[in-house]
Design a protein around this ligand. Structure first.
Ligand code: ADP
Ligand code: MG
Length: 471
C-alpha cells in the first residue's frame, strides 16, 4: 500500500478549509493518513466517535478533497481505534461501522440505530452562562453518577439553545469511561419509527430489548410524542421498565412536560418526577463566548470586536450564531483577507459569501443518471446501445469541461475506454449542442445542476460518494 505523502495530506486539509469551511474542525489535524489501497484512501482516528462522525458526516467532502488534490478517483474510509489491522477486503461497509453494527447487546458504547454524535458537543465546548448553568450542572452530575442524582433529567428550551449539545455531551462523557455503560441515544422520531416497524414486523420483543436493556437511555425532542397515543403507551412502559431498574433516562423537549400537547397525564407526571430544567436564550456575554468558541473549533481566532459585533447582531438562537461564524469564515476564504470587523460586516450584511464548489464526478453522475434514467453500472459498462452510449458521452463531456481529470482517467472510469474515445465523445456532444437548441438547453440545465448540486434542476436520490470505491 502506498504511504501518503504528508504534503498531500496537508493539501487535502487546506482544500477542505477552503472549499468546505462548514465541515472543517480543528481536530482534523489529528487524523492520521494511512495510505491508499484499491482506490480507497484510509485514514485513522483515535476515537470511535470521531470515526463514526467522519464516515457518516464528512466522507463526501473528504472524497472531494482527495480527488481534487491527488487527481485520482479515490474514495475515503476512516479507521477507528478498534480497527487494529487493515480490513481484509476493501469492499462493503467500513470495518469500524461493521464492528459497531455487530456489537453484542451487552457491550457498552454505540448501538445500532443510535444517532451520530458530534465529537464537538462536549462539556468542554459548552459555554456556561446564567441561562444554562443548571441544565449544564445537572447533565454533568448524571454523567458522573448515572441514575443516582436526577432521574429522569428533562431538559427543555427553544430551538437551537443547546438541548442536543447537552445530551450528546452526556453521551461523550459516558463513552469515555472504561468500560463504557450501555447507552442508547435516539431521537423521538427514531423511537416512533422503530416502534412502528416492530409492530408491523411482529418484533416487539426485540424492540423492547433494544430500549430497555441499557444503562442510559437518551431521547431527543420528546415533544414529538404529542398526540401519538400508541407510541406514548409504549414509551410509558419503556420508561417504567428502565426507571424500576435504576437506569438513567434523559429527555429533551421544546416545551416543559405539562405543555406538550395531548401528552398523557401519567407521562407528564413521570417526566416531572426527576429534574426539569430549562435552557434560556443566551445573554450578550454568553453569546460573545460562544462565538469565540465556535470560531476556535473551526481553527480560527476571532478578536473581541468581531465576536462582539456578531453577538450583538445575532440574538435569536445559538444555531444562528454559529451560522454567522460560518459566514465570516466563508467570506475570509473567498476574499483571502484577515478576519476583522470590516470582513465580518461584509459577511453578515451583504449575504453569504459564495465559495465556488468544485465539481466532482459524483455530481456529474448524479445529474446524468437522474436525467436519463440510466444506471451507474451501465455508464461504466462496454454496452454501446444509444440509450446508454449517449448519456455516457454526456458524462465524458461534463467531466472534461468541469473537472481536472485527464482524458485517460475519464475514459478509464467510464468503461475502460481510451483517450480518443473521450475526445470523440466531447466533439460529438459539442456538435449536437451547437446544432440542436433543445439539447443545448438540456446540457445547460445539467451543467447548472453539476455546478450547484443542491439547485435541483433534476432531483437526486442523494450523492453516492462510495460509487467511487469501484474504481
Ligand atoms: P437544540 O437541540 O436545543 O435545538 P443544539 O444543541 O443543536 O440546539 O444547539 C445548536 C448549536 O448551538 C449547536 O452547534 C451547539 O453546539 C450550540 N450551542 C448551544 N448551546 C451552547 C453553549 N452553551 N455553548 C456552546 N455552544 C452551544
Ligand atoms: Mg436538538
Amino acid at each position: 500500500m502506498a504511504k501518503p505523502d504528508r504534503v498531500v495530506w496537508h493539501d487535502v486539509l487546506s482544500y477542505l478549509r477552503n472549499h468546505h469551511p462548514d465541515t472543517c474542525r480543528q481536530w482534523f489535524e489529528e487524523i492520521d493518513p494511512v495510505g491508499i489501497e484499491g482506490g480507497v484512501f484510509l485514514a485513522r482516528v483515535d476515537q470511535s466517535v470521531r470515526q463514526r462522525y467522519l464516515q457518516r458526516q464528512c466522507a463526501a467532502q473528504f472524497t472531494d478533497a482527495l480527488q481534487a488534490i491527488t487527481g485520482r478517483l479515490v474514495s475515503v474510509r476512516f479507521l477507528g481505534p478498534d480497527d487494529d489491522a487493515l480490513p481484509a477486503s476493501t469492499n462493503g461497509t467500513p470495518a469500524g461501522a461493521n464492528a459497531t453494527a455487530q456489537a453484542p447487546h451487552h457491550a457498552g458504547g454505540y448501538r445500532p440505530g443510535a444517532l451520530v454524535i458530534s465529537p464537538d458537543y462536549t462539556f468542554e465546548n459548552f459555554i456556561i452562562g446564567p441561562e444554562n448553568r443548571l441544565a449544564h450542572a445537572a447533565s454533568v452530575a448524571i454523567s458522573t453518577t448515572p441514575a443516582r442524582t436526577y432521574n429522569p433529567l428533562f431538559v427543555h428550551g427553544g430551538v437551537g439553545l443547546g438541548k442536543t449539545h447537552l445530551l450528546q455531551a452526556v453521551c461523550l462523557r459516558l463513552l469515555a469511561r472504561t468500560p463504557p455503560p450501555v447507552i442508547y441515544y435516539v431521537s423521538c422520531e427514531e423511537f416512533m419509527t422503530q416502534f412502528m416497524d416492530a409492530v408491523q414486523a411482529g418484533q416487539m420483543s426485540e424492540f423492547r430489548h433494544r430500549f430497555r436493556d441499557v444503562d442510559v437511555l437518551l431521547i431527543d425532542d420528546v415533544h414529538f410524542l404529542a398526540k401519538r397515543e400508541r407510541t406514548q403507551e409504549e414509551f410509558f412502559h419503556t420508561f417504567n421498565a428502565l426507571y424500576q431498574n435504576d437506569k438513567q433516562i434523559v429527555l429533551s423537549s421544546d416545551a416543559p412536560p405539562n405543555e406538550i400537547p395531548a401528552l398523557e397525564e401519567r407521562l407528564v407526571s413521570r417526566f416531572q418526577s426527576g429534574l426539569v430544567v430549562q435552557l434560556q436564550p443566551p445573554c450578550y456575554d454568553t453569546r460573545i463566548q460562544i462565538v469565540k468558541q465556535k470560531a476556535k473549533i473551526r481553527g480560527m481566532e476571532f478578536g473581541d470586536d468581531v465576536a462582539a459585533y456578531i453577538a450583538a447582531k445575532v440574538t435569536s438562537n445559538i444555531r444562528e450564531l454559529e451560522g454567522a461564524v460560518v459566514r465570516v469564515h466563508m467570506q475570509h476564504v473567498a476574499d483571502g483577507l484577515p478576519i476583522d470587523l470590516a470582513l465580518a460586516r461584509l459577511a453578515l450584511e451583504t449575504g453569504p459569501a459564495t465559495v465556488k464548489p468544485e465539481v466532482t464526478i459524483a455530481n456529474i453522475i448524479d445529474a446524468v443518471i437522474n436525467y436519463y434514467g440510466v444506471k451507474l453500472t451501465d455508464l461504466q459498462s462496454k454496452r454501446r446501445q444509444k440509450s446508454i452510449a449517449h448519456p455516457r458521452q454526456v458524462c465524458m463531456y461534463l467531466a472534461r469541461r468541469h473537472t481536472r481529470f485527464s482524458l485517460e482517467e475519464i475514459g478509464g472510469y467510464f468503461g475502460g475506454r481510451d483517450h480518443t474515445t473521450v475526445m470523440h465523445a466531447v466533439k460529438t456532444i459539442e456538435k449536437r449542442r451547437d446544432a440542436d437548441g433543445d439539447f443545448g438547453r438540456v446540457l445547460e440545465a445539467l451543467e447548472d445542476r453539476v455546478r450547484t448540486p443542491a439547485s435541483g434542476v433534476v432531483t437526486t436520490p442523494g450523492a453516492r460518494p462510495m460509487a467511487m470505491a469501484t474504481v
